[in-house]
Design a protein around this ligand. Structure first.
Ligand SMILES: Nc1ncnc2c1ncn2[C@@H]1O[C@H](COP(=O)(O)OP(=O)(O)O)[C@@H](O)[C@H]1O
Ligand SMILES: [Mg+2]
Length: 282
């Protein structure tokens, strides 16, 4: 995934058994679309990591830091079962029961507004694991990292130029195809450079290029449509907007309809298609 160095740093943290604290917390920090979640997933699914921990749990936090909801989701993940319990005291003892004495890994993905008090009340519930337990958090906000981390945050950088070009080509050309034309390759490199190493931008631009087949179209896109994206949220939104603008209008409403689902909601394909049909979109 072109993130070998980042992966090494995070793995070293996770597999370190020589720790002072009971549970150590590493924040991964970077703007949206930079690949924080992807990096966390990559280490979470690593064989060595899986073998090292007795228990692994992944919870998506997003907008509201609701301690009860998070505790519920942690238990659900540990037990692989929805939680219906609503009394906080019961949830707390259930959580303690799940992690007690186990070396666990917990990922809290996409933390936003955390105040110190709420965090401490959650942290108190999480110290019962065996020494060497680790928490990985991803966040856009350095302040959140400062409040929560026990280790210095890992500030994620952009993809290397080579990784960006490779990713761009993979998406722009589809599976199995490769561009041989040196002129097109040169344009691709310049386009990749304009994406500033932000994987979400590279992917979005790649999928736009997929529909453009000639050097002229690529060149036109590079010079007149794609701005220089620096690693800033508003620039990134601009490129995402491009991909929306390129949709034919009947698909725009299908896409816009998806905003009715909450963030991180797992959308079932067939349900979505049925809903689109009910709306008369397709
Ligand atoms: N190293 C990578 N190689 C290829 N694609 C990546 C890489 N990192 C992230 N992506 C893709 O870029 C998009 C944004 O990544 P994500 O991890 O969701 O960003 P973040 O969590 O920082 O907002 C996703 O579609 C993800 O699959
Ligand atoms: Mg994320």
């Amino acid at each position: 995934m072109g993130r070998d160095d980042d992966k090494k740093i995070v793995m070293k943290f996770l597999l370190d058994s020589n720790v002072k604290e009971h549970v150590s917390i590493l924040p991964i920090v970077g703007i949206g679309g930079l690949g924080k979640t992807a990096l966390a997933q990559c280490v979470y699914n690593d064989k060595m990591v899986t073998k090292y921990f007795d228990l692994k749990m992944w919870v998506c936090v997003s907008n509201d830091f609701d301690v009860k909801k998070i505790v519920k989701n942690i238990i659900a993940c540990a037990k692989k079962k929805e939680q219906t319990e609503v009394v906080m005291e019961h949830l707390q003892s259930e959580l303690r029961g799940e992690i007690d004495g186990k070396r666990y890994l917990l990922v809290l993905d996409d933390l936003w507004n955390v105040d110190q008090e709420k965090w401490l009340s959650l942290k108190t519930l999480l110290v019962g694991g065996a020494r060497g337990s680790k928490i990985l958090i991803t966040t856009r906000l350095p302040l959140v990292a400062k409040i929560i981390g026990t280790a210095l945050p890992h500030f994620l950088g952009g993809l290397s130029e080579k990784a960006s070009v490779d990713l761009l080509m993979k998406i722009a050309c589809g599976k199995g195809e490769e561009i041989q034309d040196p002129e097109m390759l040169a344009i691709a490199k310049e386009i990749a450079r304009k994406c500033s190493g932000v994987p979400l931008v590279v992917r979005t631009v790649g999928s736009l290029l997929f529909f453009k087949k000639t050097n002229f179209e690529w060149l036109h896109f590079k010079d007149y449509e794609l701005p220089d994206v620096s690693q800033r949220e508003d620039h990134i939104k601009y490129v995402l907007r491009l991909s929306y603008d390129h949709l034919p209008s009947h698909l725009k409403q299908c896409f816009a309809f998806c905003s009715l689902f909450p963030k991180s909601y797992k959308i079932r394909k067939q349900t979505l298609v049925n809903l689109w049909m009910a709306e008369g979109f397709i």
